[in-house]
Design a protein. Sequence first.
Length: 290
Amino acid sequence: MDAAAEMKAKIDEQLADIQKLPAMPGVVQKILVLANDPDADIQKLSEEISKDAAITAGVIRLSNSAYYRPQRPVRSVQEAVMTLGLRTVKNIVLITASKGILAIPLEGYKMDAKDVWDHSLIVAELADRICKMRRTRVPPDVAFTAGILHDIGKIVLAQYFKKAYRQVAAEIDKNPEVSFSQIERSILGYDHAEIGGKLLSIWQFPPELSEAVALQYHPEKAQKNPELTCLVHLANHIALVAGVGVDTGGLSESLSKFALDTLKITDNDLQALYSSLPEFLGELTDLRGT
């Protein structure tokens, strides 16, 4: 067994031990399902969210933030759902639940906790905005979900395979012309995107979300929902080119023509998205400091 195959087996072993993996609160999976159910019981869902004190506090605080601009003060989860809508509250739940997992320093990637969180949040919001701009078949809240969790595989690698990841970082420094994901696979047997997709499957997220994370660098390979995978790919690329959350890999991954064609993104669209980022970052101040 070569070194990459041996490391891949160790990663598989780690992923198989669910007790040692980052945990996503159970309410997140429930709201992902209910948000797409036109007959969802709002009161039942609100009660389910309210069982988690930390998420409830986050939902009420963010619902009252300047970013969401509620028409009246929100005092409960049910009022948040009634005022902002179920899909918006789903995004708020994800923001609240994800920060505890994502906002940690990633030594091997040369990112501090703030960089990791800013990048995850901005990719999520960009994916949401591109959805609305291009009127895609993908609902904006689904794109937001895939975007905020697109780098979750880095958390697994940074926490459990620090030594191996130092080797990846060293190889990237030696071979800047080789793509980040290619170097990861040559040493680890996986790239961080594939590991992220596996983790979402373990968390029992919908298969299209797992695919969008796993294939974010190769959207042309997506079969379940190519459009969603292209949204994550494009949002991530824009954030990195803008300098938000640039890690060890820098800008080694190229922008996919397939993604641009699938989403019907023009040069003018790209320029507009880049130009709007400074204002966009300012608008996200409340969420970035969640």
